[in-house]
Write a protein that binds this ligand. Sequence first.
Ligand code: PLP
Length: 362
Amino acid sequence: MNLSVPDCVLSIKPYVPGKPLEELEREYGIKDSVKLASNENPLGSSPMALKAIQDEMENLHRYPDGSAYSLIKKLSEKLGVSPGNIVLGNGSDEVIGMLAWTLLRQGDEAILPQPSFLMYDIVVRCVGATPVYVPLKSLSIDLDGMKERITPKTRMIFVNNPNNPTGTIVTKKEFDTFLETVPPEIIIVVDEAYIEFARDQECLNGTDYLDSGRAVVTLRTFSKIYGLAGLRIGYGVMPEQVAEVLNRIRMPFNANSLAQVGAAAALDDDDFIKKTRSTIYEGLDFLCDALDRLGIRYFPTQANFFLIDVKKNANEVFEDMLRQGVIVRSMISYGFPEYIRVNVGLHEENVRLIRALETVLF
Ligand SMILES: *Cc1c(COP(=O)(O)O)cnc(C)c1O
């Protein structure tokens, strides 16, 4: 076949997701394995979401509401924004894609923190735009460094708050100072997939900037704290002008009907959110204590995951951990050759993680 593929697409390194549990169990013949590699909710899904999804099953022969009226109304009330400010996606990944597909072209530059979420790089390259990487500074997004890389070609800047994979935040104050120096035509994408876990009072909240007259787009998801990663639903909060552009290319039924009702119900599930937060915070305390006791270095986090310095090849540690039935994420491809990323699990899972680390590292 003489397939002609644009160079920009050939330049993309395919996204490698966390290893699924079933794959580990199939390949290694291990039972009762533990996955702490994709920052998922260890408690499962919001029970209220599951109930709503079950009830919606009888309507699966119908197309979804293409305007997602109920979910968008509920979100807009909860966030104090108007429905026209919200664009749903098949996961917030899709909103990241829609931003690049509509607003970036060849010759444009997009500034990305590095390392950060790998999807930014993929969508920027996909449209032939140029990614401009700004290394993290002490594991945090370096807004000053980003400012310095702005050129007349800069069209978009990605900020991940808290940042995946480091768990660091951007403060309101840092963002305000940054915003003053960024030309107003540049779109600033603030990806807040983990914002619900952040406890630092200084933490930036991108939706506060909706009426600032600036092109700030805030991304949120139901995949993490609501425990609905498999349902694929996320959204962006943005000025109506930007939303109108995204809606031109949005597939009419990109948010499926189960996702719409599940997400709407999850928004009311305060008990589940509370329980998730306490599970994560208690788990973090437990893990940090245990790592301290073992003398293993790790980094503070504002998310449900964090980095551990294993002081040896992270891919080898990943493999050795697999043999112990624990899936973690090697950070080699993120530029941290000796770090792994783990998310907080249930107590039994956290205990397994510590035991496996002890076996593998000592
Ligand atoms: C998990 C994650 C998302 C959410 O992706 P979905 O497509 O909504 O599942 C977005 N950004 C970051 C940084 C993430 O880690």
